[in-house]
Write a protein that binds this ligand. Structure first.
Ligand code: AMP
Ligand code: ZN
Length: 136
């Protein structure tokens, strides 16, 4: 279902024009307007889901297949040196548009980008506590 006030619904369904790399029944893949690197693209499902938690099973299952296919095509055509898939959920994670999307980010050895995190050094006890909190 399309959500009236959602910009990515409008883009995914062709009401707002975009640089489309791929379109099928369920998805549109577009170039990001504020790219981290050359070729940075977004996979948008045509049906609205705000985030990963809301994603229906069939879209969740198909999105990674599409990501793999796009990554292969883009790596070949752009001759990039690596590839990041990024998918943000919630403000704390950097999500700015509340329509599920997956970032396809071609990486180049000289791109100067830093899509990374600062590692911490938890104790064995802390790791055990986290494991228990998640699994019990
Ligand atoms: P996120 O921070 O994960 O929610 O990512 C949102 C992404 O959407 C950012 O990389 C923006 O540059 C991109 N973006 C926002 N509006 C548009 C638009 N109209 N067309 C293409 N990309 C957009
Ligand atoms: Zn939407």
């Amino acid at each position: 279902m399309r959500k009236d006030d959602c910009i990515f619904c409008k883009i995914a369904n062709g009401e707002i024009l975009s640089k489309t790399l791929h379109e099928d029944e369920k998805f549109r893949v577009i170039l990001d307007l504020g790219p981290a690197t050359r070729g940075h693209a977004l996979i948008l499902p045509k049906d609205h889901a705000s985030n990963l938690y809301e994603l229906p099973d069939d879209i969740a299952a198909n999105v990674l297949i599409l990501a793999r296919n796009m990554a292969s095509q883009m790596t070949q055509k752009l001759n990039c040196d690596g590839f990041n898939l990024v998918q943000n959920n919630g403000k704390a994670a950097g999500q700015t548009v509340n329509h599920f999307h997956m970032h396809l980010i071609p990486r180049y050895l000289s791109d100067g980008q830093n899509i990374n995190w600062i590692s911490s050094e938890p104790s064995a006890k802390e790791l055990e506590e986290v494991k228990r909190q998640i699994t019990e």
